[in-house]
Design a protein. Structure first.
Length: 94
């Protein structure tokens, strides 16, 4: 699944759910997805929090097949910046 497809799915979720702050999924060479201003885009910018994750694991995370805490403990997900913003992601994913 491409990052643009994933971003489109997140945009759809943001139609009915709120997300506070700015967050970036950094998938390395594959690109980024930035949640900010009530939308999701693949345009890179500075954010309050960055989650470094592979494109494959991002798909698993968003599908509920990768628990965020397990991902961090296994090194599949790295969080930097405002942890409160990262915690807010759980509301968007539920």
């Amino acid at each position: 699944m491409s990052l643009e497809t994933i971003a489109a799915g997140i945009r759809k979720a943001l139609d009915t759910r709120r997300f506070s702050g700015t967050l970036k999924f950094d998938c390395g060479p594959a690109g980024v997805i930035v949640l900010a201003d009530g939308t999701a885009t693949t345009e890179d910018r500075a954010t309050d929090c960055t989650l470094t994750i592979s494109e494959e694991n991002l798909g698993k995370l968003l599908a509920g097949k990768l628990n965020p805490m397990t991902g961090v403990m296994l090194g599949k997900l790295k969080v930097s910046g405002d942890l409160g913003v990262a915690m807010g992601l759980a509301k968007l994913l539920s």
